[in-house]
Design a binder for this molecule. Sequence first.
Ligand code: BTN
Length: 264
Amino acid sequence: MEFNERNLADRLSEKRIGNNIQFFKEVESTNDVASRLAKSGAPEGTVVIADCQTKGKGRLKRQWQSPPGCNIYTSIVLRPAIDPMFAPQITLMTGVAVADLLSVYCPENVTLKWPNDVQIRGRKVCGILTEMSASAAKGVDFIIVGIGINVNIERVDFDESFRDIATSLKEEAGSEISRLDLTVKLFDNLENVYTRMLAEGFGFLKDMWLRYSDMVGKRIQVVFNDDVQAGEVLGIDDFGALIIADENDVIRRVMAGDASIVKE
Ligand code: BTN
């Protein structure tokens, strides 16, 4: 079945996430389109999906490679009644929803890398870019959850600089995967964890996130601009920070950066 608005709408009409679908052949960035829609009042659960992006955005102002016909690029409008300081929980929640989804195809091989990468056999298959609009007075107005999943892209089509560190679901599962099915299941998973998080809080998600992470107990380093922090990973906290113990056993909270496991 073709990956288009009508086929998605047929399967998502009853849902909290996906009740309002905006499908595009090409956009600059689905996050930017979703932000504009949210600013003009789009309801929670509105999703923007594009077949390709010409200015796909990654974390830390990087680009997200977004060719047509093979991958998923989507952004979801959420309006949770949470304190803005807890917004990173939404990123971690999304990582868990994607990890659950991809584990169906590649059981045992999916890991989460703080703060927002989903990996299969140690290679990045999905990135998440969460952007928030909030004010001190009103709290969270909206959060845009941007998700890019490398679904059927071939290894040779990755930019050379990513070829050794990225992968696609097809590459790992061994066969082409329907973007339509995957997108429907993605929104379903997200709806389940989001609804449960609003009802029960972050605790169960933290446990799930830690089960998927391959970092706990390992020595890592986190690079952010010119700053490098190193230590053993103890876990994450309710604000989405990575908790590490440095070489003097001082406990530190790391808020942002690129984490990698130090090979001993
Ligand atoms: C990262 O790992 O750096 C985050 C990548 C996020 C990419 C997705 S693709 C859909 C959405 N629109 C964007 O411009 N970026 C996100």
